[in-house]
Design a protein around this ligand. Structure first.
Ligand code: ZN
Length: 306
């Protein structure tokens, strides 16, 4: 096995990606979840998205949530935006780290924003300039990087071409989203190899979904390939929008539990994280899919019957 990193940086996306794919909850609940996560030791939180309220009613109160949430020292907060209007709102709200999404699959991109991937990339070039001009960083998230629910397989060379383009346009980081959980270790390896062949130095973050149970295997594969930045969602919050009842995002507790046992630092207190996941269950009034939340960490022993 190749050399493993000694530390990874986890970005907690439950308050944004998670809640965006659940039944709407009040601003108060979102603020409580962000605040609980801020106290777990996690170093990055994707707090809100600035999207049109008609498109995603779950995020209509993004400004209010962000104003009320505590800013904890040592935590970097970011916002996701779909377009220039969203980027302007994020900057006005004071964000200095912004993510923008484009889909590697033309069909998926058209379904989401009614534009081709290339048309969205033109917009993103302007958006990066806008963010940089305001002193903010711009991360481009490439959705459906490991497969598209409409088109099936996505060619790693197509994704690598998108990376070429956004790197040329000044993106500070690229993220690869396994939007509907179609990734496998083989596909993670193929994609990262294709990207690294052409852009060896661009910072890369991976965003896995556990829709088909492969998220931790994909995480391990990425670690072996030297990736140290990952998204994860507390409790596995955020279902799959295409398959009701299916798991969505990689659960943060599952990632942290495995990483810590491998001697890889995340800065996160697993007990505090599990408490935040339990809070998320109460706020949503539903059980979340995280295995570590259900069973507890492996260090929590079962008492013998007396
Ligand atoms: Zn996700």
């Amino acid at each position: 096995m190749s050399q493993m990193p000694t530390a990874v940086s986890i970005r907690e996306v439950g308050p944004r990606d998670g809640l965006q794919n659940e039944e709407p909850v009040p601003a108060e609940a979102k603020v409580r979840l962000i605040d609980a996560l801020s106290r777990t030791g996690v170093r990055r939180i994707e707090a809100v998205s600035f999207v049109h309220p008609k498109a995603i009613p779950q995020m209509a109160d993004a400004d209010e949530v962000w104003q009320r949430a505590a800013r904890v020292d040592g935590v970097r907060y970011s916002a996701l935006v779909p377009n220039t209007r969203g980027a302007q709102r994020a900057l006005a709200a004071g964000f200095t780290e912004v993510e923008v999404v484009v889909s590697a699959s033309d069909t998926h991109n058209r379904r989401n924003v009614n534009r081709s991937t290339d048309e969205s990339l033109d917009d993103i070039a302007e958006l990066i300039d806008l963010l940089h001009g305001a002193g903010a960083t711009a991360e481009v998230i490439v959705a459906t990087s490991f497969g598209c629910p409409y088109e099936g397989d996505v060619d790693p060379l197509r994704v690598a071409g998108i990376v070429d383009r956004v790197v040329r346009d000044g993106a500070d980081r690229v993220a690869f989203g396994d939007t509907t959980g179609m990734g496998t270790p083989r596909r993670v390896r193929e994609l990262l190899t294709a990207v690294r062949d052409r852009n060896a130095h661009v910072p890369v973050l991976l965003h896995f979904h556990n829709t088909r149970g492969a998220a931790l295997a994909n995480l391990l594969t990425a670690l072996e390939l030297g990736i140290t930045e990952f998204d994860a969602s507390v409790g596995g919050l955020g279902g799959c929008p295409y398959a009701p009842g299916a798991s969505g995002n990689l659960a943060t507790e599952e990632a942290v539990h495995m990483l810590h046992d491998m001697g890889i630092d995340t800065g996160i207190d697993l007990d505090a994280l599990i408490e935040a996941a339990e809070l998320a269950e109460r706020l949503l009034n539903k059980k979340l899919p995280s295995g570590v939340l259900r069973a507890g960490p492996r260090t929590r022993l079962t008492p013998l019957p007396t």
